[in-house]
Design a protein around this ligand. Sequence first.
Ligand code: NAD
Length: 481
Amino acid sequence: MGINMLQTKLFINNEYVDSKSGETFTIQNPADDTLVSDPVQAAGESDVDAAVEAATTAFKGPWKKFTGAQRAACLNKLADLMDANLKDLATLETMAMGQPLGVGQHIAAGGAATMRFYAGSADKIQGETYPADDGTYKIVQYEPLGVCAGISAWNVSLLTFGWKVAPALAAGNTYIFKASEKSPLGCLALGPLIKEAGFPPGVINIISGGGKTGALLAAHMKIAKISFTGSVGTGKRVQAAATNSNMKRCTLELGGKSPALVFEDADIENAIKHCTQGFLLNSGQVCAAASRTFVQESIADKFIEGLKAQYEGAGAAMGADPMKLDTALGPLADKSQFDRVMSFIESGKSEAELVTGGARAGDKGNFILPTIFKNPKAGAKIYEEEIFGPVLTVKTFKTEEEGIELANNTSYGLSSCVYTSSVSRALRVASALEAGTVAVNAAHTPPLQVPFGGVKQSGNGRELGTFGLKMYMEPKSILIK
Ligand code: NAD
């Protein structure tokens, strides 16, 4: 069975159902402003309740009886089915949010790989024992939480689906996933694949809707955990709703204004390559993108000149059809994101020096030229706030200490990059940076084995790795006299 193209219903209990709320929303193709779909169905309160009930029944019933190896088999099968349908899944994302098809296939393959990665953990969940030297034998066992829910941003929906759903299911939980209202189609299409993979009804439920639907999940009394990916402002609301309802567990993967530090001993061509390709991937709509680049003064002119040439090269192809496999850069996800980024660019023009870009590309769709600003004034909005678009700010530094101080002077702490040929400098600076991840001599591409997430206001908790699996389990201590 293949996927169901352009599915607009909710997927609950292994069936597509109409939303009882009767509310719908519209998706427009950001590449050419055409209508993709206007009856995408939004889940209301009774729909969310139905999904929670299905997930609860599955958790207490058939899914509980699955062994770890059986859960692994379902996850592996779903990964195979996603891989077999990559082009269709990516096409749906491209239609809704403009991600170039080649990038979309890579993202969807990342979702499938995450299924496979956590399938390997499903039958290896370990506990601990401690000797009865004080007269009590102690056991720690790790148990699933119950019904979990995930809320996603729109930039990498199928990857986010994998990052949230796979560890939860490997640990024995059941799931309700809500993609963003800007890009729900790829995830909604997974229904037949989920069924064919052998998941019992109710184990994975996929609902759509905007903030109202997300808020219902965050505040639901029968959901044990919420895993949220999105902006800091919404993350704070989700955390408050989680706490004020039933104190559900809450993982937050939020925004960033990540630094890249380019030292004078770096391979400058490599730094330019990664500060271009790594940053412009998905048109800069990547949470971990290093949007504040700091370059040591002695190499600043050469670095900025090289970067400008690369950005202008990338910009020349801007406007190409995202449905073509060789298109590298697409439009921004929708009109509101386009307007937001353009307003940052406008304010940037009086806050810093425009090096290149700074304008819309073409006259249709939401394309924006790759843009570089340098020497931002103190307090510049483009330097301090997350833009989530192809707008980079470059600033110079003199010493290592100054570079570290500038890099850390932000309320965010998701990611960071260091470019240097000195291993000892790389380790020293990596230890000093306030970030969940430090990538050395490359842009940050998250491997599945290591935790991903942020410090400070970039989030709470982690996804991926064994740490990410633990975030879907609760330890229980058993004491035997
Ligand atoms: P957003 O916060 O506007 O929306 C994210 C999701 O939250 C959407 O699904 C939305 O429907 C839902 N939502 C909105 N209001 C809600 C509420 N009150 N309660 C519950 N859910 C609600 O973010 P966005 O614009 O979709 O995404 C961009 C942001 O996401 C950026 O800040 C980016 O850095 C961040 N992001 C972070 C990561 C990460 O892993 N750290 C990954 C991708 C994106």
